[in-house]
Design a binder for this molecule. Structure first.
Ligand SMILES: CC(C)(COP(=O)(O)OP(=O)(O)OC[C@H]1O[C@@H](n2cnc3c(N)ncnc32)[C@H](O)[C@@H]1OP(=O)(O)O)[C@@H](O)C(=O)NCCC(=O)NCCS
Length: 384
């Protein structure tokens, strides 16, 4: 055991290296993001990039799958997309709550119906990771459908993960452009090193709690507006500006917000000092999907907002800024934006939890005590 004096890091653990991982690499000064050595721009290429299923395999195995391995994983994911009947019933009987609250509760419930919840061998944990990835996608799509007053739709095993999600949500098989754009957006959100929710998952896993418990903790962390909740906040802001308001009004709105010293959701990042490489792709989708949907105003307003925030605050858009208008133009309800983040990030969370289990040590840092001087005398209650 070390007896060294604890070192006090910067607030928010900024720039602290809190562990080793072979999953994701970020160079925030150069705007590099890579999964297991593969550059995100190559993985997210519309024509030559990978599917979300290949991305899952990559994060879980640290290498891309062969055709046979991919086929096996697709089959396993498709089977996992069929939700246990009690979960469907619970969903139908739940009140109208926030999508992330529903996802947190239902993911916890999934643990009650998983045959291997308490079994923590590497093989069982891998099977659970696949099941969770399949189930979360069906949970979110079905939740969205039920909340919109529609009936539950069975998954279509012939569809890829992304296309199936859109099908289960809307009841319509998506166009090739919509399916691939959504697929790429899942790839872009899949992992991001030691972000808040992944850290939460690893801290939980390091106590040797079960995988479902670790993921429930991660979902709670993702919900916050400083993390995954930002995408929904961005769209609420665009709607508050107004769909017919125009770019001048959008600029006025943002300048007023900045003058009031308010933060603009979808901007800034703890690690990137350059453009968030994920935003590069999502910006393009925001435009192409918006044009296709006959809703070019969201991109136009977002573009103007980006210019103002860059000029005034030197802040770049992050992953949540352009994903908001892209999801909106795909017809996805705002309440599902952060849950969709989880539909993708489940791949990274589970990869990190499996990695944590492989070489575990309890994560237990220290605080610097700033409370009343020690020792205080415990006075009888009438003398306090
Ligand atoms: C992502 C985020 C939490 C990173 O935070 P951080 O590294 O702790 O940076 P801070 O919140 O300390 O911000 C540093 C400075 O930049 C400003 N800033 C950061 N993000 C800002 C934003 N989105 N809008 C306006 N100003 C912002 C802060 O006000 C602060 O200014 P100050 O030093 O004058 O007080 C932060 O940029 C943010 O809150 N962004 C909006 C929420 C969001 O989009 N989250 C998704 C992240 S992927």
């Amino acid at each position: 055991m070390s007896t060294a004096t604890p070192v006090k890091p910067k607030a928010g653990l900024e720039d602290v290296v809190a562990g080793e991982s072979a999953i994701c690499y970020i160079d925030g000064d150069r705007g590099v993001l890579s999964y297991c050595g593969y550059d995100i721009h190559d993985l997210a290429d519309m024509d030559h990039g990978v599917s979300f299923e290949e991305c899952c395999f990559l994060l879980w195995h640290r290498r891309l799958p062969s055709r046979a391995e991919l086929g096996d994983l697709q089959t396993q994911l498709a089977a996992a997309r069929i939700l246990p009947e009690p979960i469907l019933r619970a969903m139908k009987s739940m009140p109208h709550v926030d999508g992330m609250d529903a996802l947190r509760t239902l993911t916890s419930m999934l643990g009650h119906f998983d045959p291997e919840t308490a079994l923590s061998t590497p093989e069982a944990n891998y099977r659970k990771a696949i099941r969770l990835a399949g189930q979360l996608s069906s949970l979110v799509a079905t939740w969205g459908r039920i909340q919109a007053g529609g009936g539950h739709i069975d998954p279509d095993p012939a569809l890829g993960h992304a296309a199936n999600f859109l099908y289960m949500l809307t009841g319509t098989r998506p166009s090739a452009l919509a399916a691939r754009a959504f697929d790429v957006s899942l790839v872009l959100h899949a992992d991001h090193e030691l972000n808040a929710s992944t850290f939460a998952a690893r801290v939980s896993a390091a106590t040797l709690t079960d995988l479902h418990s670790a993921i429930v903790g991660a979902i709670g962390a993702l919900k916050g507006p400083l993390h995954g909740g930002a995408n929904a906040e961005v769209m609420k802001m665009l709607l508050e500006i107004g769909q017919d308001a125009g770019v001048e009004r959008a600029e006025e709105f943002i300048r007023a917000k900045l003058a009031r010293k308010e933060k603009i959701s979808g901007f800034g990042h703890r690690v990137y000092r350059t453009e968030d490489p994920r935003a590069t792709h999502l910006r393009r989708f925001s435009k192409s999907i918006g044009d296709k949907a006959g809703q070019p105003q969201w991109y136009a307003m977002s573009d103007r907002i980006e210019h103002v925030v860059k000029a005034e605050k030197k802040l770049n858009p992050n992953v949540d800024f352009y994903s908001a208008s892209m999801f909106y133009s795909l017809g996805i309800p705002i309440d599902l934006y952060t849950p969709i983040f989880a539909v993708s990030r489940i791949s990274g969370w589970t990869a990190h939890v499996l990695e944590q289990y492989q070489n575990n040590r309890l994560i237990r840092p220290r605080t610097e005590y700033i409370g009343p001087a020690y020792p205080q005398q415990v006075l009888p209650i009438d003398q306090r």
